[in-house]
Ligand binder design. Structure first.
Ligand SMILES: CCCCCCCC/C=C\CCCCCCCC(=O)N[C@@H](CCC(N)=O)C(=O)O
Ligand SMILES: [Zn+2]
Ligand SMILES: [Zn+2]
Length: 512
């Protein structure tokens, strides 16, 4: 036995070296032969020379739109008077849209707006562009560089709540329609514009009613585009080009109210555990035990494939070989909040309330957890995981609201609507890569799922990592250049939707 040891060791080392050599060869071959999923921009250039400038008049309209304080606070608690004023402002600001015989406008659920622009070819299925009228409340007002409802123009940016979420797309799509109709252009395909008034609190009285109205009309929609993921500049690891993120799916959500009820009493005679202490431990366990990293199991894996050939080294090697490096990429993604959101079901602690007086032991402690559920997980799985982690029957878990992850819309070269969207994006951003992904937050599209199987969530503006905290945060703003891109994106989209939505062949022939 001992005499054979050198021979055995040599064989083991040889086996190891051989395996390494084979793996390296496979990795190298896959990296250099990995197919490109990007289409070349030249064939996508628009033939239409029209362009909507962000001139003084249009910027003034946008500034005014920001000045309406259409805040949604809680479900069913909004700002009805501001919404009514904003609706009147919209009517006055787009006279051609509102006087055209081709346009029917319905006010739905008191304040939400549904426009139907009649196409000349009734045989074509309508499509729908969606956004919302409401905004989230202001926080840290003192830290804003310009007043949050001013719409002030400063150093090339328009500041204010709603500039990126989502009055840009509401006003941008109306500007595009006004521009088209004022040129006496009748679209071939019927177009809906749908603007809910309570998206920020779930859309139960706005988009939900819009969805019901369209369902009652028996409408089937060719495709729906709502607010969503942006054109990333430096958002994705290893991608130095602009990356247009088209969300073909949306995470689910589960909002849980955690509650502990214990005996209260005089602060001078405390028991060993209090309601506050028990709940704090439960919360702490949830933060210390994130939900499993699921990177590579859902649409996010396709996102890596779509950009693999364009990535910088060593990311190109990793993305071309997810069969081997998926765990490593999963780890890289889990390190930053904005990429971690693609890797797993997230856990956000959003409320924590307890206590009424300094010397009274609180008999109750309450917390709210906001989970966003990875497309490959489920509400039940998330509940089960939380129960196991907390492992304390004194902590009651009550469901406030939940929704499973959305279905995935078609994408890739065999989906004419996705390809049309990709081409439109490349008209505005000729050098951008375009990739399917999923939406890490939620949108009104949850109320439109039965209207269309092709639902996309995309914001046609550029975002850098430092812009992300502006969503629902301080100093929300949009650059004038981005707002101009938004208007022109919708304009090109409407023009493109009049072209036949035929299947186009681009680049490689792999099945998607
Ligand atoms: C690897 C690529 C990295 C890319 C990283 C960042 C991508 C960021 C993408 C999107 C962030 C934008 C978030 C916008 C959210 C707008 C929608 C919204 O606020 N929805 C509310 C709905 C509230 C409700 N009650 O339903 C929400 O989700 O909270
Ligand atoms: Zn929004
Ligand atoms: Zn929002």
């Amino acid at each position: 036995m001992w005499a054979n040891l050198p021979r055995i060791l040599t064989l083991v080392v040889r086996g190891f070296v051989l395996t390494l050599a084979v793996l390296t060869a496979v990795v190298v071959i896959r990296t250099v032969t990995f197919p490109s999923y990007q289409t070349s921009p030249p064939e996508c250039k628009t033939t239409d020379p029209d362009f909507i400038p962000a001139d003084e008049e249009r910027l003034a309209r946008f500034t005014s739109a920001i000045q309406f304080q259409t805040v949604s606070y809680e479900r069913g608690v909004g700002t009805p008077q501001e919404l009514a004023k904003f609706v009147r402002f919209i009517q006055k600001s787009f006279p051609t849209v509102h006087s055209s015989p081709m346009v029917r406008r319905d006010v739905v659920g008191n304040y939400s707006l549904l426009y139907r622009v009649e196409g000349s070819d009734a045989s074509l299925q309508p499509y729908m562009l969606a956004s919302h009228l409401d905004v989230v409340p202001i926080t840290e007002e003192a830290n804003w560089e310009a007043p949050p409802f001013s719409g002030q123009l400063k150093d090339g940016y328009i500041y204010g709540r709603g500039t990126i979420d989502a009055k840009h797309s509401l006003m941008g799509s109306l500007e595009a329609l006004e521009f088209l109709l004022s040129r006496r252009h009748q679209p071939k395909r019927t177009l809906y514009l749908a603007f809910g008034h309570d998206e920020e609190t779930g859309g139960h009285f706005g988009a939900k009613v819009i969805g019901d109205v369209l369902t009652q009309r028996g409408e089937k929609i060719a495709f729906i585009l709502d607010e969503g993921s942006p054109v990333g500049d430096g958002l994705a690891p290893g991608v130095s080009k602009l990356l247009a993120l088209v969300s073909v799916a949306e995470k689910g959500f589960l909002q849980l109210r955690l509650e502990v009820n214990e005996e209260g009493g005089h602060a001078s005679m405390p028991r060993s555990e209090s309601a506050i202490g028990i709940l704090s431990k439960a919360i702490s366990k949830l933060e210390d035990n994130p939900h499993p990293n699921m990177f590579g199991t859902g649409p996010e894996a396709r996102m890596m494939e779509y950009v693999a050939t364009e990535m910088t080294l060593p990311y190109r090697i990793l993305a071309s070989n997810l069969w081997l490096f998926s765990p490593l990429v999963a780890w890289v993604y889990s390190r930053k909040p904005q990429t971690n959101a693609f890797a797993r079901t997230t856990t956000a602690l959003t409320r924590f309330n307890a206590g009424v007086k300094d010397n009274v032991i609180s008999p109750e402690a309450v917390a709210v957890i906001d989970h966003r559920i990875h497309p490959m997980s489920s509400v039940e799985e998330v509940m089960e995981f939380d129960r196991k982690v907390i492992n304390d029957p004194r902590v009651k878990l009550n469901v406030i609201n939940n929704r499973p992850p959305s279905p995935t819309s078609p994408y890739g070269k065999d989906s004419p609507t996705y390809m049309m969207l990709q081409e439109t994006i490349q008209q505005i951003y000729p050098d951008a890569l375009v990739t399917p992904t999923f939406m890490v937050a939620n949108t009104d599209t949850r109320h439109y799922l039965n209207l269309s199987s092709a639902i996309y969530r995309f914001n046609p503006y550029v975002m850098t990592p430092s812009d992300l905290p502006r969503f629902h945060g301080v100093n929300e703003r949009i650059s004038v250049q981005n707002y101009e891109r938004v208007m022109n994106f919708y304009y090109h989209l409407i023009v493109n939707m009049d072209k036949p939505l035929e299947l186009k062949r681009h680049g490689h022939e792999d099945e998607l």
